[in-house]
Design a protein around this ligand. Structure first.
Ligand code: GLA
Length: 427
């Protein structure tokens, strides 16, 4: 079996059931040596709320599905035909309860509310409680983040840069401590580093990515100073949108880890991926300086996916065209170019001797070749399998993934191209 524990950004990850890790727009909470990843449990068909999921991992590389911690509710703000996004969880030190925050909305994003749910255990069934209030009024906002300070004070962050201090039990907003610090900003994420507070924001481009920016302050109450971009200009934040930051212990010491979403509308359950990268502060500037397609969360160093390189050279935009790659091994990666002409293929793996769909060992999933900034790198990395003879098949879907936001602006790809350069086979 392949022994590598790697964080590989921008490819679907698989859980202990060989299903995609489906937890987007969420957060990580650490408890007793495990990382708990919470997120939106997307579908490949539609944008409606299908639940918030929880996975756990000892190393950020191997993920166990725990459960749907908040399913669709019978009715109300998180009932049928609603949106549920940006789930965030914190343990309240005063009550010991886990409190979950979320964005609830209608399908047109015209009825936003910040809502909350509670649970006595980290990965139990959360009880939905309704809108979070400030001065008795629901907070009618959408993108949110949370931050827990060293003294246990909890904060709610919302788009455009409003900041609320939460009540001692975290069940309401007690005080507004920041207002409009990031006009035009979405996807807020806050963390503390080197005695300073940092906040990341994206710009507003729906499910597409853009150059995200940051601010810093010596207190959560501000004043906040605009610090510009933290990733290289034009890199579209490594083709991702800011989400959350956790401090990570590696052999090189503590380092903040940027967590970003690479959304993939409309096939988010399969093809939305994770972009997790190391951050550092140099001369008072926050930097995501060098993109690491693949790195070890243990050593903190870049490490490529190891294996035998096999030329594939497949390039097609015609629906139904496919390439089959036979291999002997325990894991396989595909590389290729993703760009603005890119689209989806279905990628699955079956045992070599069986030709039937029923013999699939890894069910076909949608994999995306769309990228706003062209990227030639990993497009697919299979789960670990018992060493054997397999056939991986890539089939072009021919779709041109495009969508419009609520203002009518058009986003997405202009083609249906799929490009496989190499397969890398691990023994
Ligand atoms: C932005 C938000 C996401 C989601 C999409 C919908 O990217 O940050 O949470 O609401 O828009 O278009």
């Amino acid at each position: 079996m392949s022994q590598q524990s790697l964080i590989i950004s921008g490819v679907p990850w698989f859980d202990d059931h060989r299903r995609t890790v489906n937890a987007h727009g969420g957060c990580i909470v650490e408890k007793d040596g495990l990382y708990y990843l919470f997120g939106e449990y997307k579908t490949d068909e539609e944008n409606r709320f299908a639940g918030f999921s929880c996975y756990s991992s000892p190393d950020l590389a191997h993920w166990t599905f725990r459960r749907i911690v908040l399913p669709q509710q019978k009715d109300g703000l998180m009932g049928p035909g609603r949106i549920g996004e940006r789930v965030k969880v914190m343990r309240c030190p005063t009550t010991g309860q886990y409190v979950m925050f979320m964005h609830a909305d209608d399908l047109g994003y015209c009825d936003p509310h910040i809502c909350y749910a509670v649970c006595d255990t980290i990965d139990g069934d959360y009880e939905f409680r309704g809108p979070l209030t400030f001065k008795g009024e629901p907070i009618r906002r959408w993108d949110l983040g949370v931050f827990q300070d060293d003294d246990g004070t909890g904060y709610l962050l919302v788009h455009e840069g409003d900041i609320y201090r939460l009540s001692d039990d975290y069940l309401s907003a007690a005080e507004q401590v920041g207002e409009g610090i990031a006009l035009g900003g979405e996807a807020p994420a806050a963390f503390k580093l080197g005695g300073r507070y940092w906040m990341l924001f994206s710009n507003k481009t729906s499910w597409d990515c853009n150059d995200n920016f940051c601010l810093s302050a010596s207190s959560m109450r501000g004043p906040w100073t605009y610090q510009g971009l933290f990733a290289p200009e034009g890199s579209m934040t490594c083709n991702s949108q800011s989400l959350f930051v956790i401090p990570l212990r590696t052999e090189r010491g503590m380092m903040p880890m940027y967590m970003g979403d690479r959304w993939s509308f409309p096939h988010q359950a399969s093809a939305a991926t994770y972009v997790w990268q190391q951050l550092s502060v140099n001369h008072g500037r926050l930097r995501l300086a060098e993109y690491q397609p693949s790195w070890s969360p243990i050593s903190g160093k870049a490490e490529p996916f190891e294996g035998r390189h096999v030329d594939v050279g497949f390039r097609s935009d015609r629906a139904g065209e496919s390439v089959s790659i036979p291999f002997h091994g325990s894991r396989v990666a595909l590389t290729g170019r993703a760009d603005q002409w890119g689209s989806y293929a279905r990628v699955g793996i079956r045992r070599a001797e069986a030709g039937e769909e029923s013999a699939m060992v890894v069910d076909p999933i949608f994999v995306s070749w769309y990228a706003k900034l062209p990227d030639s790198g990993y497009r697919y990395v299979s789960p670990e399998l018992p060493e054997d003879d397999y056939v991986l098949t890539v089939t072009v879907t021919g779709e041109v993934p495009q969508w419009t936001d609520k203002s009518g602006q058009r986003f997405g790809s202009v083609g249906s191209m799929v490009d496989v350069d190499e397969a890398i086979v691990a023994q």
